[in-house]
Design a binder for this molecule. Structure first.
Ligand code: F6P
Length: 529
């Protein structure tokens, strides 16, 4: 089945949402809470060890009814079924989209997924136990993951998020082509106890191959056999073999798994090395639970669906251009960067599924940073700026190591959403003019947020959280009538960079627009001086 091609703005629900928006656009959440002191009961979802409170949004019951009607008008249920049953919904690349297959329970796994997981398990266990050794017979102490985009962000995020589950192996991530970082890492490590994991679905990505070349030479300079120290994860096995990787050291990836959705596959090898295969399986299991929730829960209680609809409400009706994600735990520092790829590479599209330019906004801009750090950086703008930034606050009830400090962290977590919603009145409009700065101290509140409160950051809950955002992204792309699983814009950049690289190497700049030619010539002229 190909996905339906409905312009969402032509649905009945969209028209009604537009009218409803004019009715409620100036309504203050503070008033809604006053009118209905049990409002939170209408707008929260409790699922497993997740509590999602979405009551601090500029919504009424009617808003949710209409948003759900929008999902129904475009037959979101059919879209979810098409995704989960492996229809070829990545039509522009003629591919299925089956990252959810990677996290199915063993009894439901396909043979190739089961075989790849077995291969990962055997390999990670033998490296962790020290049975598999480098050329000089020493066990590995360090792992370098070389990859970029989806071949880096997801695995790196999970490795950092599960730092408390880490074993003795130290996993390092190299993505950018920044030689200073590479030199720094080489100086820190012993080549003979280092394992390199090259991760590239295409095995043609300039950054990854160039960085791998440097580490390959480093291993050779240290008198080591590269086949004892480099393994690869790729769907382009011939190219990996050509690079000198032995077939048994190549872990598969498949066309039906997009780079930004691939951390669940062997792309997660470095993560599994860091935390052990059993924890990697728990991560998959947590994601699978979210898949079940997404597939089987009515839209009104369906976390990814509700979060996606709220985001559409702000993006397409209020015209708020960005949204933030603020996790209150340092271990999720990478989450905003990871979500930027998932969300913006997926839904940064302006042509609809019929091939016409869209006449409405699509992909939101997502950004963020951990709390409380972000409170001391950009929250001033959240509270008093002219822009409204709907924000997801993500917090955990139990820290890994119990400590009184956690209450302090969480006090901030709760205080921010309260302040954003309620604001604070100044007293400048009274006769009391004792504080000449009162006008500057007022903040009006009415700034929306979702609170995602999770029991504890574990491999399982992390899997569920990441799958939640994947599905949220899918729902939005589906409703916006765009193709969420290609990324032609990024690929074009890769082609141009390759061309320019050849020109720089040949010291000869070819035909470009005058700005690019000017910059390239300036670079060439000055780099050798
Ligand atoms: O950044 C663009 C992109 O195509 C991503 O989709 C992908 O995750 C990344 O490049 C890396 O690609 P590869 O895994 O093929 O090296």
């Amino acid at each position: 089945m190909s996905l339906p091609k409905n312009n969402p703005t032509e649905t009945q629900a969209w028209q009604k949402l537009r009218e409803h928006f004019y009715e409620v656009q100036f309504v203050k959440m503070q008033e809604l809470f006053k009118e209905n002191p049990t409002r939170v009961n209408d707008f929260n979802i409790v699922w497993n060890d997740f509590l999602v409170d979405f009551s601090k949004n500029r919504i009424t019951g009617k808003t949710i009814d209409l948003l759900v009607q929008l999902a129904e008008d475009v037959d979101l249920k059919a879209g979810i079924n098409a995704l989960l049953s492996g229809e070829t919904i990545n039509e522009t690349e003629d591919r299925k989209v089956l990252h959810t297959d990677l996290r199915k329970k063993p009894e439901n796994q396909t043979e190739e997924v089961a075989a790849a997981l077995k291969q990962m398990q055997q390999f990670t266990e033998s490296v962790i136990l020290g049975d598999l050794k480098g050329s000089t017979g020493k066990a590995f102490t360090d792992v370098i993951n070389i990859g970029i985009g989806g071949s880096d962000l997801g695995p790196k995020l999970v490795t950092e998020a599960l730092a408390d589950y880490k074993n003795h192996l130290n996993v390092h991530y190299i993505s950018n082509i920044d030689n200073d970082t590479i030199e720094c890492l080489k100086n820190k490590l012993q080549a003979e106890t280092t394992l390199v994991v090259m991760v590239s679905k295409s095995f043609t990505t300039l950054e990854t191959i160039s960085n791998a070349d440097i580490f390959k030479n480093w291993l050779l300079q240290n008198g080591l056999k590269t086949q004892d120290h480099i393994v690869a994860v790729s769907s382009n096995i011939p190219e990996a073999v050509k690079y000198g990787i032995e077939t048994q050291n190549i872990f598969p990836m498949w066309d039906y798994v997009g780079g930004r959705y691939s951390l669940w596959s062997a792309v997660g090898l470095s993560t599994a090395l860091s935390v052990g295969f059993a924890n990697f399986e728990k991560l998959l299991n947590g994601a699978n639970k979210m898949d079940q929730h997404f597939a089987n829960t009515p839209f009104k209680e369906n976390i990814p669906v509700i979060l996606a609809l709220l985001s559409i409400w702000y993006n397409n009706f209020f015209c708020f251009e960005t949204e933030a994600v603020v996790p209150y735990v340092d271990k999720l520092k990478m989450l905003p960067a990871y979500l930027q790829q998932v969300i913006m590479e997926s839904n940064g599209k302006s042509v609809d599924r019929s091939g016409s330019p869209v006449n409405y906004e699509t992909g939101t801009i997502v950004w963020g940073e951990v709390g409380t750090n972000s409170q001391h950086a950009f929250f001033q703008l959240f509270h008093q700026g002219t822009k409204i930034i709907p924000t997801d606050f993500i917090g955990f009830i139990k820290p890994f190591y119990s400590s009184d400090l956690h209450d302090l962290l969480m006090a901030n977590f709760f205080a921010q959403t309260e302040a954003l919603m309620n604001g604070k009145e100044g007293n400048y409009h009274t006769d009391d003019d004792t504080d000449k700065n009162a006008v500057y101290k007022e903040f009006k509140g009415n700034r929306p947020s979702n609170t995602i409160l999770i029991n504890k950051l574990t491999p399982e809950s992390l899997g569920s959280l990441l799958a939640l955002y994947e599905h949220k992204t899918f729902v939005q792309g589906y409703i916006w009538n765009i193709y969420s699983f290609d990324q032609f814009g990024v690929e074009y950049g890769k082609v141009l960079a390759n061309n320019i690289k050849s020109e720089l190497q040949a010291n000869e700049i070819k035909k470009h627009d005058c700005s690019t030619a000017f910059l390239l010539n300036h670079y060439l002229k000055n780099k050798s001086e």
